[in-house]
Design a protein around this ligand. Structure first.
Ligand code: ADP
Ligand code: MG
Length: 504
């Protein structure tokens, strides 16, 4: 495997140095297991549905009974092709299944069917933004993480320790579940970048629909390979943190691991290549086993499975069935709706969000307003109540109607927020809510003038300050008028009226 490391070494040259931690550069490479969303298993017809009674979804093939033979699931191959197309990889016209031999109680065959020398998906890259800081200090950096490969393999069963005293149970329902293992180059330079990569990968596999992305159920789990080095030095020895199934733990685990490795080195100790587990309760990583090399697995081509052959025609058929990809959709949102790159990226965080935006933009004819409302008010409410856009109590068409009422000056922006709150709390008819709450914008100049005069009279101090040259004093007056109008006045109109009255 020293050859592999040399290749990485060469490929790391010319890549920018990342932020230093106590003078050390952090190097991270990811291996992610995405469970493919097929109904049946990768080499058998047993169901992949989650949560069934133990051992009710494992057939003779999954149990590796003598005389059974694996049969490739076409849907799993097509999902691998889709993934490769989505990230610009080479799809191997001919790839090979290999046996990865090891003993484990939840692996009755004594080997896992995987791909080794020739994987189905080769190369490709993920591009995403790394955001640091908030508000005015927000910095967005474009990052590219190159993929080495993505290969098809079967999952193993599960050992159950919790429900038994002094013994373990084996549940083989998960045995034979199709996985796509996605391996990056060691291109990431901080825990924040690693999390941003994982989120982008999660977005892509769920967007194209090859994986349900459910991290609690283990449908998307990441192994983070972490090492540190002084800038300019060769790559350090890595430790691999296994099975990270939440973005929060991912960040915590890598940060802990980096600190731990630096301490070891500073204490004059060497890092041993190892597989470690993160314990969310203690926030620490702990060595599980010293790392095995590929040679330990005695890989060899599985004689039960022919080479996987994928024709150009098959690839093109799959390409033709794929939905628009997030980056293409973001580019189209910029071109068709005049959105900024930032807004277009925000709105393509998930297919559901992008669909919501497009529906609201089309129905209202006000793309920019729709974008502002969705990334602003709607996102804020969804976040604070931990809901996804699919669960939004305000449908896209309803938001579109509200936006139309802002555009045609029926309601002011601030009154629209009150309407939105009412819609969120169960209101459905926008016009009825506006009517019931008396939020129609004060377009009647006479009524507005009366309020303006009233406020000027009641705020002699502000008026004097403004006349003495303090522009800010005007804001106080505008605020009073807006309040007196219960948010129904048009702020621009208020401003104009106020200025002309004060000048007069
Ligand atoms: P294996 O398959 O034995 O786990 P690989 O050589 O295929 O090992 O690498 C696995 C992962 O480790 C890849 O994502 C790779 O980018 C990453 N990696 C390799 N060397 C380093 C290193 N020195 N520091 C951090 N990550 C590394
Ligand atoms: Mg590995």
């Amino acid at each position: 495997m020293s050859e592999t490391v040399n290749t990485f070494e060469a490929q790391q040259q010319g890549r920018p140095t990342g932020p230093l931690v106590h003078g050390y550069e952090v190097i991270i490479g990811f291996e992610t297991h995405a469970q493919l969303s097929t109904l049946s298993k990768i080499f058998s017809r047993a169901s992949t549905a989650f949560g069934a009674e133990p051992n009710t979804q494992a057939c003779a093939v999954d149990l590796a009974l003598p005389g059974t033979l694996p049969v490739m699931n076409k849907g799993a191959v097509e999902r691998a092709i889709q993934f490769g197309l989505a990230i610009g990889s080479h799809i191997a016209p001919r790839s090979i299944f290999a046996r990865k031999n090891y003993f484990y109680p939840d692996l009755p065959k004594g080997y896992q069917i995987s791909q080794f020398e020739i994987p189905v998906v080769q190369g490709g890259a993920l591009e995403f933004f790394l955001e640091t800081g908030k508000g005015a200090d927000l910095v967005r950096e474009k990052k590219t993480v190159r993929l080495v490969r993505a290969h098809l393999e079967e999952d193993a069963g599960k050992s159950l320790h919790e429900d038994f005293i002094g013994q373990s149970g084996i549940d083989l329902n998960r045995a034979g579940t199709p996985l796509l293992e996605i391996v990056t180059e060691p291109d990431m330079r901080s825990s924040a970048e690693a999390v941003a990569y994982a989120k982008e990968l999660h977005k892509i596999v769920t967007w194209i629909g090859i994986c349900d992305g459910n991290m609690q159920e283990g449908s998307f789990r990441c192994d983070a390979n972490v090492s540190v080095r002084k800038p300019g030095q060769p790559l350090g020895t890595r430790r691999e943190i296994k099975n990270l199934n939440s973005f929060k733990f991912m960040q915590q685990a890598i940060d802990y691991e980096v600190r731990w490795q630096i301490e070891q080195i500073e204490d004059g100790l060497e890092i041993q290549q190892a597989t470690v587990l993160f314990n969310p309760d203690t926030g620490e990583t702990r060595a599980m086993r010293t790392k095995e090399d590929a040679a330990d697995y005695r890989y060899f081509p599985d004689p039960d499975l022919p080479p996987l052959c994928i024709s150009e025609h098959w690839i093109e058929t799959v390409r033709g069935q794929m939905a628009e990809l997030p980056r293409n959709m973001a580019a189209r949102f910029q071109a068709d709706y005049g959105l900024s790159e930032y807004d277009a990226t925000q709105l393509t965080q998930s297919l559901a969000l992008a669909t919501y935006f497009e529906a609201a933009a089309k129905a209202s004819g006000q793309a920019k307003l729709a974008s502002n409302w969705i990334t602003g008010e709607l996102a804020r409410r969804l976040n604070s109540e931990d809901l996804s856009v699919e669960q939004s109590p305000v449908a896209a068409e309803t938001l579109a109607k509200l936006i139309s009422r802002i555009a045609d000056s029926t309601v002011s922006n601030s009154a629209a927020k009150q309407v939105f709150d009412a819609l969120w709390d169960g209101g459905t008819d926008v016009d009825a809510v506006i009517e019931a709450k008396g939020l129609k914008q004060l377009n009647d100049t006479g009524a507005l003038e009366a309020i303006v005069v009233q406020v000027i009279e009641a705020n002699a101090k502000n008026v004097a300050e403004f006349k003495a040259g303090n522009e800010k004093a005007l804001n106080g007056l505008v605020g009073q008028i807006m309040k007196a109008s219960k948010g129904k006045a048009n702020p621009q109109q208020v401003n104009d009226l106020l200025r002309s009255k004060l000048a007069g």
